[in-house]
Design a binder for this molecule. Structure first.
Ligand code: ATP
Length: 680
């Protein structure tokens, strides 16, 4: 077989059927409308079929998911894997949403095979999973949960594992899972094949690659590309003052009512407030909102709604920035500056996916321009500066003032939006780009419809310190400011503070209100579409070619599109799909309906929390929290057991146990212990 494979030149493979793939895989691909491999797929499949390890990277939307799923199916097929053979392939994803999305693609393309597949992503009954995990052929999992199984499930073994896939390895490492991954890898057989995908080549990714891969083939599809974003993506930015941004957004939407648009904001409270007022402003396009403080069910509804609509705008936090595959998005508008160039690339990657065209507009404040544009330049992002035609800006300030005068809750939302935005800027690490002290606060408050700017104590205090003024620390408001600052520092360290918890509770209430009270008609104002040409030249004044990119790009621009699979992304969706899937459990790639029944708790914020771009922190915190809870339970179980043993007998074994659990083991400590024991 290997000899035949070596004769295949992946470069000549135009169709999937040009590879020596099993009929079942080719059929699954065709049925899912996948005919021609993308570049990352062509190269990865080529090497993987030759049983080589692969270290791969490619731009957003270039098809990395199939690049590893096809080798997984083929690997098991070639080894004539059966249900009786147990765990054959392990796919590790950084988040539950991505794991689920991958599972959905596997379900589609693998449906003609007879392998079983399951999701192991936490939030569910560990025991039930334990019974099934080693009997499942393909397991898609998040790292924390997998290690938990390896640690706690005595029957778990992966000794026959043939293939390991590490998807978005850089993100897994960013989330603080380096030790977890290392510990997992130590537990896997050395004879396996490994595919590792990473968007960036950091030192930690290189270390991981050294540990997990054997003589890997490097597949950097776009390494020599002139730009790091898709060639079919047109990118521009405008500079405007903070207080002009709301008008800018409204004017933009009014001139793009037939489009599908995602607008990224820095924090949940901004999304919550602006979503409500924009529904009332009726820009002529359906307005939807997606953020991490929404209950899971709501997120699913919004996701499905946005997938279905041909024209709509989705107000979102960075919860929607990475990995999610919304079909046919025309525009990505970044209302607030992203945390860094990587976040920028992931946000704009929600459009111009798989050969489709797309446009992206970034709104920058004057103080953000230089720092952010030089970061983008370094990252090879081609972006043009364009200017706004001030005559075309529609002011909505008076309308907002009127809304706020009518409704006290709306006013409070506006105030929270104001404070949260400032906080998100204050928390940004890159002070060359984000300078909260340069913001014109009274003007910003007015642009939100507020008569006066709310007092932001932490800013007053920080300003005093900045100016070197002696703080008058004995007053009550100052103590509050100190507490606030302490909380922010804790947030930066990734701690969860009581203030945050309070805010989360408050958010849930708010979300419930939002669900109940918003008239359906406000959500669907597209029906009253107005003249699309209204402000078409809003953004066309004095276009400046910042990177000299207009004179011919080195990459081919594709014009045709293929139909694409619509991926689902939330666990609750699995729950709602359970009934129909259970009905067809004779299907070849099976799932465990029970596994997907559990809804993620409402406070689980995969998204941004309070600050832009720190969704990674939130995710990390969530997974660690789960692991800590588990550790605590386990610790108390073992202590109880120890007391029982002590009372029964005083033999030496109980002394060993005492030393091993003399304090509650944290998840990381546990991992480190395990590693050192492996080394010894
Ligand atoms: N060979 C193919 N033919 C047609 N469509 C494809 C093919 N491969 C992938 N696609 C489609 O392209 C889109 C992007 O694929 P995928 O989500 O795997 O990209 P990605 O590289 O993982 O993106 P990101 O880095 O943003 O997560 C999906 O809608 C997928 O269905």
């Amino acid at each position: 077989m290997l000899i035949i494979l070596l004769q295949i030149n992946p470069k000549e493979a135009v169709k999937f059927s040009d590879f020596p793939l099993s009929k079942k895989t080719v059929k699954g691909l065709l049925e899912a409308q996948y005919r021609q491999p993308t570049e990352i797929q062509r190269q990865t499949i080529g090497f993987a079929l030759q049983e080589k390890d692969v270290l791969g990277a490619a731009k957003t939307g270039s098809g990395k998911t199939l690049a590893f799923l096809i080798p997984v199916l083929e690997c098991l097929y070639r080894h004539q894997w059966t249900a009786m053979d147990g765990l054959g392939a392990l796919i590790i994803s950084p988040t539950r949403e991505l794991a689920y999305q991958t599972f959905e693609v596997l379900r589609k393309v693998g449906k003609n095979h007879e392998f079983s597949a399951g999701l192991v992503i936490g939030g569910k009954d560990l025991k039930e999973e334990s019974l099934k995990i080693h009997r499942t052929n393909i397991v898609i999992c998040t790292p924390g949960r997998l290690l938990q199984h390896m640690d706690e499930n005595s029957t778990f073994h992966a000794s026959d594992l043939r293939m390991l896939v590490l998807d978005e390895a850089d993100r897994i490492l960013d989330m603080g899972f380096a030790d977890t991954l290392n510990a997992i890898i130590e537990n896997l057989p050395k004879t396996r094949q490994t595919l590792l995908f990473s968007a960036t080549q950091t030192k930690s990714v290189k270390d991981l690659a050294r540990l997990s891969l054997k003589d890997p083939e490097y597949v950097w599809v776009h390494e020599k590309a002139k730009f790091s974003t898709p060639a079919t993506l047109e990118q521009s930015y405008v500079v405007c003052e903070l207080h002009q941004k709301v008008d800018m957004l409204f004017s933009f939407l009014r001139s793009h009512v037939q489009k599908k648009i995602i607008v990224f904001f820095a924090c949940c409270k901004e999304v919550q407030y602006l979503f409500r007022v924009f529904c009332r402003l009726r820009p002529g396009i359906s307005v939807l909102a997606l953020h991490g403080k929404q209950p899971q069910l709501k997120r699913v509804d919004v996701y499905n709604d946005f997938v279905r609509k041909k024209a709509a705008v989705l107000f979102a936090t960075d919860i929607a920035a990475r990995g999610l595959d919304f079909p046919a998005v025309n525009w990505v508008l970044q209302f607030d500056c992203p945390e860094d160039a990587n976040t920028y690339i992931h946000r704009v990657g929600r459009t111009a996916r798989y050969k489709e065209g797309g446009e992206a507009l970034l709104i920058l404040l004057p103080s953000e321009e230089q720092g952010m544009i030089s970061q983008l330049q370094e990252k090879k992002v081609p972006i043009n500066k364009i200017q706004v035609n001030p005559d075309k800006l529609v002011s909505v300030q008076q309308k907002l003032e009127a809304f706020l005068a009518q409704e006290k809750e709306q006013k409070e939302r506006a105030q929270r939006c104001f404070v949260s935005y400032l906080r998100s800027i204050y928390l940004m690490k890159n002070k060359d780009v984000f300078d909260v002290f340069q913001l014109q606060l009274p003007e910003y408050a007015t642009s939100l419809g507020l008569a006066v700017a709310p007092r932001v104590r932490f800013l007053d205090k920080a300003q005093q310190q900045r100016l070197g003024e002696a703080p008058e620390s004995s007053t009550a408001p100052d103590r509050e400011a100190d507490q606030e600052l302490e909380s922010f520092k804790a947030q930066l360290r990734g701690d969860r503070t009581s203030m945050q918890l309070e805010e989360e509770e408050e958010d849930v209430d708010e979300e419930e209100e939002e669900n109940g009270e918003l008239p359906r008609s406000l959500l669907h104002s597209a029906e009253e579409q107005e003249d699309e040409d209204l402000d078409l030249d809003l953004l066309t004044v004095k276009r400046r070619d910042v990177f000299n990119i207009d004179d011919g790009q080195d990459e081919k621009v594709f014009s045709h599109t293929l139909s694409r699979g619509v991926h689902l992304f939330l666990m609750i969706m699995a729950h709602s799909k359970c009934s129909c899937l259970r009905g067809c459990c004779v299907q070849t790639v099976q799932e465990w309906p029970q596994l997907q029944r559990t809804v993620m708790p409402e406070d689980e914020d995969e998204g941004d929390g309070e600050t832009s771009g720190i969704n990674v922190e939130a995710a990390k915190e969530r997974l660690c929290r789960e692991d800590r809870e588990f550790d605590k339970k386990e610790y108390s179980r073992k202590i109880k057991e120890k007391h029982r043993v002590r009372s029964d007998t005083s033999d030496a074994t109980s002394t060993t146990s005492h030393h091993a659990f003399s304090e509650p083991p944290s998840f990381c400590a546990d991992t480190q212990r395990r590693q050192s024991s492996v080394q010894h």
